[in-house]
Design a protein around this ligand. Sequence first.
Ligand code: ADP
Ligand code: MG
Length: 400
Amino acid sequence: MPKTTIRDLTDAQLRGKRALVRVDFNVPIEGDRVTDDTRIRAALPTIEALLARGASVVLLSHLGRPKGKPDLEYTLEPVARHLQSLLPNPVSFVETTDSDEALRATLGARPGTVLLLENTRFLGGEEKNEERLARALAELGDVYVNDAFGSAHRAHASTEGVAHYLKPAVAGLLMERELQYLGDTLQAPARPFVAILGGAKISGKIDVIEALLPKVDKLLIGGAMACTFFRAMGLETGKSLVEADRVEMARTLLSRASDKLELPSDALVAPSLDTGAAAKAVARDAIPADQAMFDIGPASAKEFASEISRAKTVLWNGPMGVFEKPPFDRGTRAIALALADATARGATTIVGGGDSAAAVEQLGLASKMSHVSTGGGASLEFLEGKELPGVAALEDRGRA
Ligand code: ADP
Ligand code: MG
């Protein structure tokens, strides 16, 4: 069921009102500087739209894992300063969240201004989704907007509880976009629909595989995950990362869906991650016993790219290799380029997963994708077909 969004709010609901917006500003910080502001920039369209319509914007976010009490290592203050550098409107930081100080600050905020309150995880009730806290947070705004897709798989006071006490509770523009691409597009994909899965472990992605198999026309598998399938096929996997307790499952998947599953035909192997200079491409049935597969090989990259070039919808989750360490980034780069080409010729291309999104950013190709999800764990749970509590708590369209 589609959710109401800030577009559905009337001017009367916004002008001179406080929009309480849950964002995902869980960004990397070094010293007192934000080192990657992707998530902050992703929330700007929502913030700007609310400001332009005459609201004041009160922002809630978590940062890191401060265990339910104040810990200045995780203060959002540097984020407030960074946000100010991105916005012409005044941005102030409030050092508390569940307090009279915070409440007064929101009531005194002028239209067109932004307040960022301190880290929600400084509050003991946040992760417990405590009702008292949810009600207190609900006092901080006149409407609730959830734009924190990356936190929507958690039922916390600021992502879920508050939506029960502050109405209307609607999706922000980033949330709306995430739901459109990961939800609507993949529910009724233009075909052929090709998914590419990779990453370290098959165990974290088995539910994604199960959910995708009936929907896709092809499922391409790379990353260390491929090695568990190789083992299931009886191939030598050397020192590669294999999940011994998942081999049986991989075997079952192969027998059930061998027409849809496509595994790499070759591998880039090396004695260790630090001996990249000695890396060589071998056929998948020739992985040396004393070496490990750290990336898909060049033939596989070509074959995968060719599948992608025929697709109308492409979903990618999980790097093809240890992309953090060249030369094992080659397979991942080849797939990213294939997706960029696919976008250019009109296919819908979607990237989900924290490391995959980071890889695409690093390659400078993020803008060449139809959509790069900002939600790591949340995008995976969504792809598994699970209902995200932070989304479920928002009002369905037609009822707000
Ligand atoms: P995402 O965050 O996009 O869902 P994952 O967390 O599942 O992706 O996997 C990313 C990690 O998988 C990366 O750190 C990468 O180094 C690792 N990886 C990919 N291929 C291999 C491989 N062949 N051997 C070991 N690690 C791998
Ligand atoms: Mg990851």
